[in-house]
Each structure stands twice: as C-alpha cells, then as structure tokens.
Ligand binder design. Structure first.
Ligand SMILES: C[S@@+](CC[C@H](N)C(=O)[O-])C[C@H]1O[C@@H](n2cnc3c(N)ncnc32)[C@H](O)[C@@H]1O
Length: 406
C-alpha cells in the first residue's frame, strides 16, 4: 500500500498527502502525519485515498479532548494543538487565495477556544440524540458536546433525559440556541408528533416547533456591540458570539475605510452587519435577505436601535434583487456556504468601489469573485476570524476594490 505525508488541507476539509510527485486526497489524518493509504476509485484531477494507518504522527498532534471524536467527525482538527489548528486553517486559506493575493492572511483568534458554540443541531433517531457520522446518515449518539457553550451543554443533558422518558415520535432534529444567557429548543417535526409528546415538550421551557412558538418565549436577544438583536427561532446568527464581534468590527472598518455614500448588505439575516454598518459605517444601508422571519427581526431591531431612517429592508432572494435599482458604492455580502453564484456578475455592472465578501467557504467566494477580478477589481486584503475552533472551517473576510482604487 502506498505511503505519503499530509501536507495541508483543502477548502472542503480534505487532506492533501504528497509523496514525490504523487498526490492523494484523504478524509482523515493531520498535517505532518506520515500515512499509509488505500487508493479509492473515483474521478477528479487528484486521486482519492482512504487512510489505513498513521505511520508517523505529526509532532503537533494531541489526544483529542472529546470522547466522541473518533466517530463523530464534527471536530475534524481536534487531534491538533490549538496553535497547529490555527496554522492549518490559515494555510488552507493562504493556498486557496494565493493566485489573487500574495500575502498571508491575518487570523484573529477569539476566546473561548472550546465550549464556544452558541447553536448546535442534534438529530433524533432510534430513541437517541446525536450527530450524523461523517459522509453517512448513521447517528453517533452524543450526550454532551464539548465545543458547545456551557449552557448549551446543560440543555443537551436535559434533552437526553427528556427523550429517554418521552421518546421523540415525529421529531427529527432540534437546534439548541443560546444568546449567552438563555437557551431555547427549536424542534423540527414531520407534522405527526403525538399530543402527549407535544404537551410534554413544555417541560423543556422555551420551545419552538417548526419555527413557531410552542411554549415560553423562543426568541433570543443577542448583544452585538451595544445593539440588541432579536433572533426568532428560524433566524440565522453566527455560532461564536465573541468571535462574531471581531468579525463585525472588521467588516465595519473595511466599509468605513471606503467612505461610502450608500451601502448594500446582501444576505443580511437579522441585521448582525446591517445595523452596526447603519450606525457606524457612515452611510444608509439597503439590506437584502430572503427569510421572512429574519427580516421581521431586522426591521424590529432597526426600530429598537432608532435606525429605521438609515436602513431599508428587502425580503427577497438576492438572485431576484435588481442592483441597478439602488445606487450604492460599497457592497457587503455574507452568503451561506454554497456562496452567491452569479450575484457578483450583476453587482460589478454597477461599478461599486469596494466589495466586502464574508465567506465561510473560501472556494465559493473565490469562484463568485472571478467576474470582478476579470474586470480589474483586485483583492486588497484577506482576514480570518477563528469562528469554528477544532474544525477546518474559518470565516474569511475578502476586501476587493475596483481597479482605480489602487
Ligand atoms: C451566513 S448567513 C449571514 C447573515 C448575517 N449577515 C449575519 O452576519 O448574521 C446567510 C444569510 O443568508 C440568507 N440567505 C440564504 N440564501 C439566500 C438568498 N438566496 N437570498 C437572500 N438571502 C439568503 C440566510 O437566510 C441567512 O440569513
């Protein structure tokens, strides 16, 4: 069986292992490991392999701090020291962006580095609570998740006990959501939850069922740099509350620096970027978001902050929003992992001076930005906020300027 040394990660989290001119992509192993692997048939430019054995482990390895680590796979870098993980995430983005930017991105780590997640989605299957195994539908039972915030860990234990007593007929998933103080349970059902179980759910406290209030008050209030942001049960918010503040700070600074007349914030959610931009960015903001519950929150949040004159909200998929109808000179976009295919093509027709792309998947961002780069825009800088410790994921802020802004 062939052997190779794992060099680095690629943006989808796979590991590139190298032996001379031979390269192979693996799902497991850590940068620096010498490994033995089996070749797996498949298409694609780089051959794929399955890790058989770590022959000589990387000096940066540690014992994974989680007992579920081997099967769960959610924390795919937890076998590395914190420092080596940060290096691996930075290297991943540096290599992905090297053709567009010749410097090494700056990474901003923000404590806490474990017990940080303010939202986790647990699956309910066969009477058990857990995560899905990597590349599989199999449930890995997990009764505590060490990257979740302490209050989420408490809520998780309460849930495991609840399911043991009541079962979960008709319920498939639950998101535990914290604003740093309160935790709510947001269940997803197939519509067939028996009445006794529906009534019992109230024992858990603040519960939403299929996006609607079931018991108590399942809306949260997030504090973002002095702004109070309501988040309804279906609305997105960033998973690391503390690192989010660093992210917002970087985006606001990048926008301020461009001295905008009018800002567009695409994929705006509940206004996590919109409202700090409206308050501190120096210009009014048009926010576009497709989820009705999130835009209701955004409007409410703007009102609470006294910023309604500074913010206009469009509830629409970005693909169906026409940029030629809004004059703007700076645009922020923060799409989901799949990116914003085709959106930048339309934006550059309006010749904004600056595009600030916030990406949780750097490959999608680089693909989406190609039309701008082809028209003379250039990458001014790339910054990273360490929003997802113990995993290969990292939040990337790409600041892209029109060619005449050099
Ligand atoms: C990564 S979140 C960013 C939200 C916000 N900027 C923040 O910092 O919290 C992406 C948001 O885009 C929204 N979204 C996803 N696809 C969309 C689309 N095609 N058009 C508009 N909004 C979309 C989601 O509902 C979600 O609120």
């Amino acid at each position: 069986m062939p052997t190779a040394r794992i060099s680095h990660l690629i943006p989808d989290g796979r590991r590139l292992a190298v032996a001379g001119t031979r390269q192979v992509l693996l799902h497991e192993g850590m940068p620096g490991d010498e490994v033995r692997y089996a070749v797996v048939p498949g298409r694609g430019r780089t051959p794929r392999g399955e890790l058989e054995e770590v022959l000589n482990p990387s000096a940066d390895r540690r014992t994974p701090p989680c007992p579920f680590s081997a099967n769960c796979g959610g924390c795919d870098l937890d076998a590395l020291t914190e420092e080596a993980q940060r290096e691996a995430r930075t290297e991943l983005v540096a290599r992905a962006t090297e053709r567009s930017w010749d410097q090494r991105p700056m990474l901003f780590p923000v404590a806490p580095f474990s017990a940080y997640r303010a939202r986790i989605t647990l699956h309910l299957d066969g009477g058990q609570v857990g995560y899905r195994a990597p590349r599989s539908h199999d449930l890995v039972p997990v009764d505590v998740c060490r990257i979740a915030r302490p209050e989420i860990q408490d809520a998780h234990r309460k849930l495991v006990d609840f399911i043991a007593r009541h079962g979960h007929e008709g319920l498939s998933d639950v998101e535990l959501r914290s604003d740093g103080a309160r935790v709510i349970y947001a269940f997803v059902s197939d519509g067939s939850v028996p009445r006794a179980l529906r009534e019992a759910l109230g024992e858990l406290g603040d519960v939403a069922l299929d996006g609607r209030t079931h018991t108590g008050d399942p809306t949260l209030t997030l504090d973002v740099l002095g702004l109070s942001l309501r988040a309804s049960p279906r609305a997105f918010y960033q998973v690391h509350l503390e690192a989010n503040l660093a992210l917002v700070g970087l985006v606001v600074a990048a926008v301020q620096e461009a001295r905008p007349q009018r800002i567009v914030d695409l994929y705006a959610g509940i206004g996590n970027l919109t409202l700090p931009l409206a308050r501190d960015g120096g210009a009014p903001v048009v926010a576009v978001e497709r989820e009705g519950q999130a835009t209701e929150d955004l409007r409410h949040n703007a009102e609470q902050a006294g910023l309604t004159d500074q913010v206009s909200v469009v509830t629409r998929p970005v693909e169906r929003w026409d940029p030629s109808r809004e004059p703007f000179d700076v645009v922020v976009l923060d799409p989901p992992r799949i990116g914003a295919k085709g959106v930048v093509d339309k934006l550059v027709l309006q010749r904004p001076r600056r595009i600030v792309y916030v990406a949780c998947h750097v490959s999608s961002a680089l693909r989406d930005l190609q039309p701008a780069l082809a028209q003379g825009y250039f990458v001014r800088r790339v910054q990273l906020v360490d929003l997802f410790p113990d995993t290969h994921h990292v939040e990337t802020v790409l600041v892209v300027d029109r060619g005449d802004q050099r």
